[in-house]
Design a protein around this ligand. Structure first.
Ligand code: DOR
Ligand code: ZN
Length: 348
């Protein structure tokens, strides 16, 4: 049996949600990741240090017994965010702030209108060494949904990066050749996360033969040439591209609906999904850098000391996962077979 041992990975972008949902999402991620960057788009959003620390405590309380999993907390930027909020958050151990353009995605109504108004906040972040994580899509209704990432680069991202050369910026869950190109050609202070779904799928997987709500996420899947560009980016072994699942749980009835929610719940099989696509690309030798080294290096955090082992042992991703409130959820890749399996969970 083939095996693959890599340094223990981290997930540099995911959504745990809150309350009951934590009993599902936290153990699922702690299964194979030592740390994760936790998105702050709760209702209400996590906008200050005390909210972030209270949320961190709820996540830690949901860890399986003995788990050392470490949630890395983020703040949700709004037009009300102040320099003092940033200083307090840094002091409390918050590692990054998330910029959602208003209306861009799930629970982003409270987010930023007029990104330029936040420049004084970015200035403070740059001074404090706080990372800026960006959902890079414009939200103007006249811009086609498939063009929103590219327009964001030209209209907002390039100006931010130019104005704050020492601010570390993560362009989250990139989906286009334009984004990969922008990141590659930017300074070392600009990096990107890439999800399993954007490496494995393209928009045909969303729309051909019927609408597939469980493949719907934001930014939406793009055409296959963009998928290929993302694959090339990770295959290149560039340390600018690293793992961020964007695992985003939604109950089944909220996805299978006339107006379905955006998000793929990939935590159940996250590292196996990446192993599958890296294997398919003939790039398994690049998995460890992407999953376990480039992320902490960019964030300025220590590498994990331990390792995980994947074995070649095909298994079926379950059709559904039961939630504490009795509803169920359909994990990403449900009912499909994955070739690699984590030999031993990090939690028992
Ligand atoms: O598909 C997505 N789901 N994209 C996001 O940016 C947010 C996420 C969520 O919170 O459900
Ligand atoms: Zn996200």
């Amino acid at each position: 049996m083939q095996t693959l041992t890599i340094r223990t990975p981290d997930d540099w972008h995911l959504h745990f949600r809150d309350d009951d949902m934590l009993s599902e999402t936290v153990p699922a991620t702690a299964r194979c990741f030592a740390r994760a960057i936790v998105m702050p788009n709760l209702v209400p959003p996590v906008t200050n240090a005390s909210m972030a620390m209270a949320y961190k405590a709820r996540i830690e309380a949901a860890r399986p017994l003995g788990s050392q999993f470490e949630p890395l907390m983020t703040l949700y930027l709004t037009n009300q965010t102040t320099a003092q909020d940033i200083a307090d958050a840094k002091q409390a151990g918050v590692v990054a702030c998330k910029l959602y353009p208003a209306g861009a995605t799930t629970n982003s109504d409270a987010a930023v209108k007029g990104i330029e108004a936040l420049y004084p906040v970015f200035e403070t972040m740059q001074t404090h060494g706080m990372l800026l994580l960006i959902h890079g899509e414009v939200t103007e209704s006249h811009i086609d949904i498939f063009d929103r990432e590219k327009v964001f680069i030209d209209k907002h991202l390039r100006p931010i990066v130019d104005a704050f050369p020492n601010l570390k910026v993560v362009f989250e869950h990139i989906t286009t050749a334009d984004a990969a190109q922008f990141v590659s050609s930017s300074s070392d202070n600009v990096a990107a996360t890439i999800t399993p779904q954007h490496l494995m799928l393209n928009r045909n997987d969303l729309l051909v033969g019927g609408v597939r709500p469980h493949n719907y996420c934001l930014p939406v899947l793009k055409r296959n040439t963009h998928q290929k560009a993302l694959q090339d980016a990770v295959k290149s072994g560039s340390p600018k591209f690293f793992l961020g699942t964007d695992s985003a749980p939604h109950a089944r009835h909220k996805k299978e609906s006339a107006c379905g929610c955006a998000g793929c719940y990939s935590a159940w099989s996250a590292i196996e999904l990446y192993a599958e696509i890296f294997d398919e690309m003939g790039a398994l030798d690049k998995l460890e850098g992407f999953a376990s080294i480039y992320g902490p290096a960019f964030y300025g955090l220590p590498l994990n000391e331990d390792t995980i082992t994947l074995v070649e042992s095909p298994w079926l991703v379950p059709d559904t996962v039961k939630l504490a409130d009795g509803t169920d959820m359909v994990p990403f890749f449900a009912g499909k077979t994955l070739k690699w399996k984590l030999a031993k969970s990090l939690v028992s």
